[in-house]
Design a protein around this ligand. Sequence first.
Ligand code: ZN
Length: 152
Amino acid sequence: MKIEKDKVVSVHYTGKFPESDEIFDTSIEREPMEFLVGHQNMIQGFEQELLGAEKGDNREFTLLPEQAYGHRNEDAIQEVPKEQFPTDLEVGMMFQAQSDQGPMQFSIYEILEDTVKIDFNHPMAGKTLKFNVEVISIRDASEEEISHGHHH
Ligand code: ZN
């Protein structure tokens, strides 16, 4: 069985930043990651690179920002009053804001005298990512899983 749309796949993966070889995430020592292929559960390039792979295969690939979390958008940086934040504020801290579309994550981008610049870009936006993936299992998705668009 090969990886294609409407298969439920479980993989072990390790993600690194190619410049530094720093690991930003890995499933090793956790449960393998499971997902339904072809329903936008994963970043697009990740699925694309796994299509056609079989159980036991190892794949290594590098994704440019446009295949991963997109490019950074400087319009996603906003300046807000500092008094809304705790006094031990540091650059890089993550917070959550409530919006019409539900909760949105942002990080502290810059701390100024009376204001703070906050950044709504995805933390991985603008980054090139290198993955090493091992296919652990592949199975057909049930009709219910396909209609829900995620695995059960
Ligand atoms: Zn469901």
